[in-house]
Design a protein around this ligand. Sequence first.
Ligand code: F0G
Length: 351
Amino acid sequence: MIWRGVLHEYRAYLPFADNVQIVTLNEGNTPLIAAPRLAQALAPGAGMKLYLKYEGLNPTGSFKDRGMTAAITQAVHEGARAVICASTGNTAASAAAYAARASLRCLVLVPEGKIALGKLAACLAYGAEVISIAGSFDDGLAMVREIVQRQPIALVNSINPWRLEGQKTGAFEICDQLGGRAPDWHCLPVGNAGNITAYWMGYKQYNRGLPRLLGGQAAGAAPIVYGRVIEQPETIATAIRIGNPARWQQALDALDESDGQITAVSDADILAAWRQLAHLEGVFVEPASAAGVAALRQQIAAAQLDPQDKTIVCVLTGHGLKDPDAAIAQAAPPHLLPAQTAALEAYLLRK
Ligand code: F0G
C-alpha cells in the first residue's frame, strides 16, 4: 500500500467529516530504529530493547507535521483564509508548509534571536510572514490567542484540538511497528506539552496496551517539574524554551494516569544524550529532541526506572539539521589541510 499520510492511514480513528479534503505532505510512517548500542551504554546488560522514533524524517523535519496536516485540513474545511501560530520554530515551519499547500496566508510569531537557523530558513522559504517578537514563546502565544478572538484567522498552535488529533497517530504507528503492542515506557521532550497529551490520547484510543510516560524538560525551562511558571525560560534546546505550557494540566493528567514521571535535565545532560545518539547510533537530532533520552539516562542512573528487559521508545522530535549552529558549536572545527595527498597521508598516520 502506498503511504498517503497519517490522516488517510488512520482515518477511522479521526473525527473528520466525510467530505473533508485532506491537506497532506505524506507525513508520518517514520522509522522506529533499534538502538542497541545506546541501550548498552545506558543500561549495560539489562536487556533493554530501546527504539528511537525518528520524527525528524517528517516532511518539514519535525513531529509537528502529524498535527499540522489535521489542523490545516480542518481549517480549510471550515473556510479559513489565514492561519497563525506562535512558535519556537518547528510549529511555524510546519504551519508554513501546509498553509502553502492549501493556499492560506500564514503568520508565524517567533522569539527574536531564539529560533534555530533551519527553522527560520524553512518558514521564509515556504513564504510565511515571519514576525519576530522581542519576547518569549509564551508572550507570542498570549498574543495569538488574543488576536484570534478579534480577527478571522485560525489558530494552529496545539491549543487547537485538531493538532492533537493528528499528533496522536504517532502512538498508533509505534504500536503497529512494535507488532501490535505499546512499549513499556515512552520517553519524550516536553515543551508546550501538546505532544505528551496527544500520545496519551493515542495510546488510550488504540487499545494496544499503555506505556508509562517519561517526560524530559530542560532544567532552565521546567515549569511542570517545578510546579510554577518560569518567567524567563532558558536552555540550549530552544525548541522547548517554554515557561508556561498550554497543555500543562493535560500533561499532569497523562503522567498521573500512566504512572509516569517528568524530570528536569540540564543542558549538559541534553547535549550528552544528543552526542550519544549521533555517535553511537548515527541519528542526528536537534538538541531538544534528545531531552527524552537524557531523561531516560538520568532515571536509569538514579535507579528510578528499571530497564530490565523493558521495551522503551524515545521519540526524537526534530532533525539535527534544524539547528546547525548548535551542532557546530559542540564540535571541534574541521581539519585544515593543503589539497595534497601527502598531507592527507601524514594526517592519517599522525600519532
Ligand atoms: N521537540 C521539538 C523539536 C519541538 O519543536 C517541540 C515543541 C517539542 C519537542 C515539545 O513538544 O511543545 O508538544 O511539548 N515545539 C513547539 C514549536 C513549541 O513551536 O515548534 P510540545
